[in-house]
Write a protein that binds this ligand. Sequence first.
Ligand SMILES: [Zn+2]
Ligand SMILES: [Zn+2]
Length: 242
Amino acid sequence: MLQYVGMSNFLSDFFFPRYCNICGKKGDYLCNLCKKLFKRNLPECYTCRRLSSDFNSHSSCKSKKSLDRIFVCWEYNRNTSNILKKLKYKYVTDTSETLFTFFLELLTISCFKKHLKGTLLIPVPLSNNRFRERGFNQSELLARYISKNLNIDIDNDLIFRSIDSKHQASKNKDERKYINSDSFKLIGKRNLNHYKSITIVDDVITTGSTLEAIASCIRGRYPDITIQGLCMFRGRAKYSFS
Ligand SMILES: [Zn+2]
Ligand SMILES: [Zn+2]
């Protein structure tokens, strides 16, 4: 059997060779050298972007709509934005899996992992129009991957996105402000009191306003619930020690 699997891998590599999505080198969808281009984000408070233990939001930075903490894996820069664009606009399963595996590897060794115990994963939904246009939701795929590998509950039908906004990356700060809790509706019947926390999953965050809009919407029914976020990318922070 092992021999058969080995032979089948050999044949698939022979007929369908893999190339690194960044440098084009033969071997894998993301080679080890290019993995190093993914710069890790340090644990920070997502609001003020100063360093903070366990990725916690500082109590002085929190408001009613704030998330309690957000794990952001990598810096969003030219290299990572290229690979993300490829995934967003042309879904490539193998590349996507490679990126998710890399994400999970880092999440698993991070201090954030302990906060995932007893949580419920909620992917940031796309509007129906956007979903039809793209055919998939990158955040949902990531959430499903985490759910499957870490055995965590997921609910993809809890939040409905009612407003079809422009692509987040192409918006300016004023436009982003208009994403508010009215853009989302809590429609699922699941009782969230059974969970220790809710974890919203997104691929890239900018100001955090989308996650905060979802958090406000959930807190409308569950005012005291712990809400946190898992995210692949965010633009560079200017770190300082708090
Ligand atoms: Zn490479
Ligand atoms: Zn802060």
